[in-house]
Design a protein around this ligand. Sequence first.
Ligand SMILES: N[C@@H](CCC[C@H](N)C(=O)O)C(=O)O
Length: 268
Amino acid sequence: MEFVKGHGTENDFVVLPDLDDQLDLTVARVQALCDRQRGLGADGVLRVVRSGGDSGGKWFMDYRNADGSIAEMCGNGLRVFARYLVDAGHQPQGEFVVGTRAGDRTVTTHPDGSVTNDMGPARVTGTSIAAVDGSGIGGFAVDVGNPHLACVTDLPVSSFDLTVPPGFDPVMFPHGVNVELINVIEDGALRMRVYERGVGETRSCGTGTVASVASWLAGQGRTTGAATVDVLGGQVHVTIDPTTSTLTGPAVLVARGELDKSWWDALA
Ligand SMILES: N[C@@H](CCC[C@H](N)C(=O)O)C(=O)O
């Protein structure tokens, strides 16, 4: 069984090509694959399925968090997924459509290895408070297909302890939430740290960067704008308008190999 390891701004993934939708990707298997001691190690798994959808999309990205939970969307994962399809010869370089649980997303791969995702609308749905390190930090709830609580703060994001999960309002976020802490460096330049639902702190979160820019704009009463976002693992560029958003950043394939069949079978 083939695997590929890749990352987007150091948000890392095990890619499992399963074009004919044959793999039984159980929670135990996802957890073991993502475990950095007893598996390959990753923030999530991207199962690559060829879809017969009528939306024009030939591919479905089955994304799982490291704890085995299913999420609707993964922005960094989508770039790595697109890079894999081109690298494997399944798609020519350029624009194509990938289905996700949040809907179809158009991706554009570039010759320099970067990828631009159309991320769909970033909907600001309200305000809420994240409890981090004993402090309440206000932010905007942003739906990027998956849920975010994106909080601009004047405290340096480097000062927060994100080894402990942030608290949040379970009524507002009944299915959990990804929490972003954001500093404004200057107009159009943000710095972000993130605690991801189903993973913990990661070095980047693509949907989280889109939510961060939407939150920063919402704080100024704006619905359109663009920013670079520095994350622990690099930098991405985000644009937001009222109907859609884009995310551009690197997508790197690191290694490929074969999973041991007896290891996989024992995890069922
Ligand atoms: N790292 C991802 C987001 C992955 C899903 C998230 N943890 C959730 O549960 O919603 C990204 O790059 O967007």
